[in-house]
Design a protein around this ligand. Structure first.
Ligand code: LMR
Length: 426
């Protein structure tokens, strides 16, 4: 076992050590800090970057790539950049809870209208929004409240809540994916949500479920809503793909809008990484639907306290970009075209992959790839097959068989299909 940091402090600090180079080989005061690899998604990108094979293909991390394999800045966002630059704005602190116009615009984007009973604060993209949710739940719900995630879910969901002190018994899962059908385990999900202790938190992916690409139908959403109501569950929606999934912002908001209509006072995490291509700007929002304007004010004030102690104020530029696009009618119309183009290319690549698999002679049923939606396809490949793809073909995907469809393009889809066929044909 490694020494604890305290032991190391006591035993190994050597005041006689005069220069950095002479100290290098001795144990330092941080020797008790172990090396920690990042999660599987980020780790995969690191391995990919280290691979020197010229024909390597990355289908891991969920980032959009053009058909040429390049990152994409949306034309609407480029225009917004120019408008903001020409305004010559200053770099003063925004309010702790975020740029006021952004908060209004993001709330309207999500819920279809502004409401004086929805608390909305700017966040550091989707992850930051989930961090706020975890802090808020920890602070205001009883200490034994469980937070249920779908099985499987985005790996960072667990880590974000663990980082806020949620022990593993407080972050269980409900059944979600059915390996036999490569679709949703509707019965399992409904049963598990029903059997969760009353007043648990249920995390739901608003659309384009990550990693499976399998979403509930509207009928299933209504059933989930009814059970959550009956059990007085708190509902936390993670919305990372509004408009990116179907190509239409209203369609992709149907799930959580239904819950609001049904009377749930939901929490909603938003990210603008995928739908606006603003990965590096870290722009998102956290919303809490409350009963009235007074409650909204109180909730917002408490979120302000959480933000102030963590990072004080959110950054400006991403908020300005999203606000400018959403509040300028011509840019909003352009963005609608831009995001539809992204969604359409993903759909096209799903179809191409299945077509190429058939062409190379695969007789397996790959129809789930076209039935699923959003950034990812849950291919059904097992860990052994995924490892073979990486080691023999330099094709990288997470070991659960998740394929980031945007990594496919007309130049590499046939190669990927051929390799997938090779590792699955027996
Ligand atoms: C993913 O699931 O690959 C994306 O959401 C990127 C990330 O940060 O994990």
């Amino acid at each position: 076992m490694k020494n604890t940091a305290r032991l190391v402090l006591k035993n190994s600090f050597k005041p006689s050590c005069r220069s950095f180079s002479t100290c290098q080989m001795q144990q330092g005061i941080w020797a008790g800090v172990n090396y920690a690899p990042l999660d599987a998604i980020k780790q995969l990108t690191i391995s990919f970057n280290q691979d020197t094979a010229p024909n390597k293909i990355l289908l891991g991390e969920g980032v959009y790539r053009t058909n040429e394999g390049k990152p994409k800045t949306l034309p609407s966002v480029r225009e917004a950049e120019k408008i903001i630059f020409e305004k010559g704005l200053d770099h003063e602190y925004p309010p702790v809870t975020g740029v006021v116009d952004f908060c209004k615009a993001t709330q309207k984007f999500a819920f279809g209208e502004n409401s004086d009973r929805i608390a909305t604060v700017q966040s550091i993209s989707g992850t930051g929004s989930l961090c706020l949710a975890a802090c808020y739940i920890k602070k205001f719900l009883p200490a034994d409240t469980k937070v249920y995630f779908p099985n499987p879910t985005w790996v960072n969901h667990f880590n974000i809540f663990r980082a806020q002190g949620f022990t593993d018994d407080r972050i269980p899962t409900y059944r979600y994916f059915d390996k036999k059908t490569n679709g949703m385990d509707v019965q399992g999900a409904l049963e598990d949500i029903k059997n969760a202790p009353a007043k648990s938190v249920i995390l739901l992916h608003a659309c384009a479920h990550n990693p499976t690409g399998v979403d509930p139908t509207m009928d299933t959403w209504k059933k989930i809503s009814d059970i959550c109501k009956e059990k007085q569950h708190y509902v936390l929606f993670d919305s990372a793909y509004q408009a990116f999934a179907s190509g239409d912002a209203n369609t992709d908001a149907q799930s959580f809008r239904l819950f609001v209509k049904e009377g749930h006072q939901i929490m909603l995490c938003q990210s603008y990484a995928k739908n606006f291509g603003l990965y590096g700007q870290r722009i998102g929002a956290f919303n809490v639907v409350t009963e009235n304007a007074e409650e909204k004010k109180n909730v917002e004030s408490q979120l302000g306290i959480i933000i102030r102690t963590q990072y004080s104020n959110p950054p400006l530029h991403g908020a300005r970009l999203v606000t400018t696009v959403l509040n300028t009618p011509e840019l909003k119309a352009q963005w609608e075209k831009d995001v539809k183009e992204l969604a359409d290319r993903i759909k096209l690549m799903r179809a191409k992959l299945v077509e190429e698999l058939k062409k190379v002679g695969s007789t397996r049923d790959w129809s789930h790839i076209t039935n699923q939606i959003g950034m990812f396809a849950f291919s059904g490949l097992n860990e052994q097959q995924v490892t073979k793809l990486k080691e023999e073909y330099h094709i990288y995907m997470t070991k659960d068989g998740r394929i980031s469809i945007s990594g496919l393009n007309t130049n590499n889809v046939a190669t990927v299909a051929k390799a997938m066929h090779e590792v699955t044909k027996n």
